[in-house]
Every structure is written in structure tokens, then in C-alpha cells.
Ligand binder design. Structure first.
Ligand SMILES: Nc1ncnc2c1ncn2[C@@H]1O[C@H](COP(=O)(O)OP(=O)(O)OP(=O)(O)O)[C@@H](O)[C@H]1O
Length: 253
């Protein structure tokens, strides 16, 4: 299989399904990632469009996380390019790439990865503080993001005193507070029960839709992928299938 084996999809009128090549927000061009003799990615070309919500699925070890890490500039491919609005990430210095990551991307992980000693609002403000945003402004943005996710009342609480679902909401607030262009989520519901996972996906997709951010998430759960508008299936480091999801959950028909 080749990465350009994209299943033909009948054109659907209106956004988000009508994209021209000029619409590319984030793009991988024939990227390969090798670890010694092992290839985690074997030549992946993928274009993410503004406002798109993309689920990446595939068997364990197929290269999903590696693809997410390449798209978000955490891993530099062995070959090929990753471009953010036509700008190759490899052309940026390490410092500039870190700043771009903090400014343009938000991250949600399986286990929230909040700092236990900091209250929620400080956790949410942290990426912006690291990016040089004045403290007052970063805390105001944090409070507003927490409000937007219905957990403004938890802003002074520490992660250890919250439920898993509450902590994951704080993690979403942290990802969204800087109004990123792309939110990356790696198994965002993996540590939650089904009902809480459902709530988290509802919040994640509603929030990204409201701010106009694209969402790229890795999941093993087809029920989680159903919240996205596009499904990219990876096998053996290649795109096996790339399809649009008709009527994703959470979107009014
Ligand atoms: N830092 C690394 N060093 C060596 N090999 C690695 C490294 N990271 C990933 N790999 C290998 O690359 C392949 C793809 O790994 P990756 O984590 O991207 O897969 P995945 O689809 O996300 O798997 P899972 O669903 O189990 O998380 C695997 O064979 C893995 O062992």
C-alpha cells in the first residue's frame, strides 16, 4: 500500500469537506522515521486542513504516535518534510521550533500530565508563561478557558484533588487557552470510563470547533474516532486508508 491510496470520496458541498490544496495548514511530505533498522514511518504524505478533525487509528506499533510527534515538531523525520502553512519546521532553529510549538499547537495526553503541585489555573497558564506571555494575561486566558469548559470553580484546585474527568478537562483548557491552530491528542480518553470519555470528546470537539482549531487525535477506540470528520488508518508505517466520516458525532446534521 502507498500513502497516496486515499479512498475516493464523493465530493460533499460546503465546509469542512471542500478543501483546495491552498488550504493546507499542516502537511507531511513523504516522511520516513527510522530507529536503526526499524522504520516507524515508511513514507507518509498527509495534509491537515484548517478546522479539520482527524482521528488516526491503527494497530499497536503501526506508527500513530510517531506521526503525531512528527506533525507537532517533537520528532524530526529521518527523511521528508513537515510544513506548517508551507513553512518547513526543519528550517526553524530548535528555539524557534519550541516557540512555534507553544504558540501554534495544543497537546492533550492520555494521563493529562498536569503538574501536581500547581493549581488548575497555573497549570493551564503554563504553556503561555513559557512562551513569554505576561502573567496577568496568561492567568486571565486560563480562567476564561476553564470557564469555557464548565470548570471555572476548580481553578484553585490541584490535580490530585480532582476526578480523572475533571483533570482531563483542565488538560483540554491548557491545550486551548492559547487558541492554538492545531490541537494534538494522544489517546485523550484512554484513562477514562466510557461516559466520561464521551463527555471529554464532546468538550474537545465543541471547543476546537468554537475556536476554529484543527484537531488531530490518536485513538484505539472507534467510538472516539466517530467524533472526528476524517479517519486516517495507519499500518506498518504507511497510510492504509484515509476517509471522511459522514455525520461525525457532536456535529448537527
Ligand atoms: N524512540 C524509539 N526508539 C526505537 N523505536 C521506536 C521509538 N519510538 C517508536 N519506536 C518504534 O516505532 C514503531 C512505531 O511506534 P509508535 O509508538 O509510533 O506506534 P503506535 O502505533 O503509536 O503504537 P501504540 O498504539 O502501541 O502506541 C514501533 O515499532 C516502535 O517500537
Amino acid at each position: 500500500m502507498h500513502s497516496d491510496d486515499r479512498t475516493p470520496i464523493p465530493p460533499t458541498p460546503g465546509p469542512p469537506h471542500c478543501h483546495s490544496p491552498a488550504d493546507a495548514l499542516l502537511e507531511t511530505r513523504d516522511i520516513t522515521v527510522s530507529y536503526g533498522d526499524a522504520q516507524a514511518l515508511a513514507g507518509v504524505s498527509l495534509t491537515i486542513h484548517p478546522r479539520e478533525t482527524v482521528a488516526v487509528m491503527g494497530p499497536s506499533g503501526s506508527g500513530k504516535s510517531t506521526l503525531l510527534h512528527c506533525l507537532s515538531g517533537i520528532v524530526t523525520p529521518t527523511r521528508g518534510e513537515v510544513l506548517l502553512e508551507d513553512q518547513p519546521l526543519s528550517a526553524l532553529s530548535d528555539a524557534k521550533r519550541s516557540r512555534t510549538r507553544l504558540r501554534e499547537f495544543g497537546f492533550v495526553f492520555q494521563d493529562h500530565q498536569l503538574l501536581p503541585e500547581l493549581p488548575a489555573r497555573e497549570n493551564v497558564a503554563l504553556p503561555q508563561l513559557l512562551n513569554g506571555t505576561p502573567r496577568g494575561q496568561a492567568l486571565r486566558a486560563a480562567d476564561s478557558a476553564l470557564e469555557g469548559l464548565g470548570i471555572g470553580h476548580l481553578r484553585t484546585r490541584r490535580p490530585g484533588d480532582m476526578s480523572g474527568g475533571q483533570a482531563q478537562r483542565v488538560a483540554i483548557a491548557r491545550a486551548m487557552a492559547g487558541e492554538p491552530r492545531v490541537v494534538f491528542a494522544d489517546e485523550p480518553t484512554g484513562a477514562l470510563d466510557q461516559a466520561t470519555g464521551h463527555e471529554v470528546m464532546q468538550l474537545l470537539t465543541a471547543t476546537t470547533a468554537r475556536t476554529g482549531s484543527a484537531l488531530v487525535l490518536v485513538t484505539h477506540d472507534p467510538g472516539v474516532a466517530r467524533w472526528c470528520s476524517r479517519l486516517v488508518e495507519i499500518r506498518d508505517g504507511l497510510i492504509h486508508r484515509d476517509t471522511l466520516i459522514e455525520q461525525p458525532l457532536g456535529v448537527d446534521a
